[in-house]
Design a binder for this molecule. Sequence first.
Ligand code: HPA
Ligand code: ZN
Length: 340
Amino acid sequence: MSIGDLVRALPKCELHVHIEGTLEPDLMFSLAERNGMSLPFQTVDEARAAYRFTDLQSFLDIYYRGASVLQTAEDFYELMTAYLDRAAADGVRHAEIFFDPQTHTGRGIGFKLFMDGFRDAIADAGRRTGISADLIMCFLRHLSGEEALATLADAEAHLEGVVAVGLDSSETGNPPELFEEAYARARSLGLRAVAHAGEEGPPGYVWSALEVLGAERIDHGVRSLEDEVLVSRLVEERVPLTVCPLSNLALRVVDTLEDHPLPTMMERGLLVSVNSDDPAYFGGYVGDNYRRIHESLGVDEAGLVALARNSILSSFLAESRKNDLIDELARSERDQGELA
Ligand code: HPA
Ligand code: ZN
């Protein structure tokens, strides 16, 4: 069995993917045309050539520009459908998907419009492929805590299908503490809490995501390794870290994939999963991330199975569904053993 077949056969969850980061250039162009908008690129190849980043901010500038072509509920439906079909083909059984409401409300597009598009697409994809998905509403950390609270107030009538709040965008200089009130309010509404921390920002941001925001899962968290006390805490409390190797390579968090700390994180006993982050911009979906860590970091088959297992355990699924997926993973391991 090829490594591609093996990766596809592993039942897995994807827990760190921004829906706006799944906007492939061809869909971006067709939506721009349909909506009568211009883009800073003339061709798909020109767009791809512009996807050379020096850091997180250089990516975010292009990513927010790209998202501006999303105008109608149908646009959001097509975006979500394209992602879910690709994820299902990669063996993803369940996804917890970030969206950035302020990127859209800031352009005058209301919650109902994009939530209708997302929810219809998730329901239809579930019927078509069996995949399930929940949404994670992110606050943009380059905007203020007050704006996050106002966004949450706007969201309250539209929270069906939203399992958690998250925190994304420019990390350095925008610490978690600024969003303490918004997170407290979200948790009082019954939402779970995750936060991007320790991607470009220091380990102190991971501490405050845990202690000030009440984050139950950390997105990226690769810089946690710089703080031994933090690593011990994350291991002891089994705090999941959603790691995105091809993202870290594209945004120069690591110089080469061979330098990625994922194997060290696994050896240290951290509950790490592998995810795609913004696959249309970073050169690969979740299956590509699994394949590339096998090729470049030597993560062997047992390691890939362990990562798929971690992704299931790290999700916000009910225990009964987690157990079903763990059983399915065990069956797929057995089947592969018989084929080998
Ligand atoms: N980090 C922070 N914000 C983001 C990212 C990321 O990797 N992707 C999309 N928004
Ligand atoms: Zn992210």
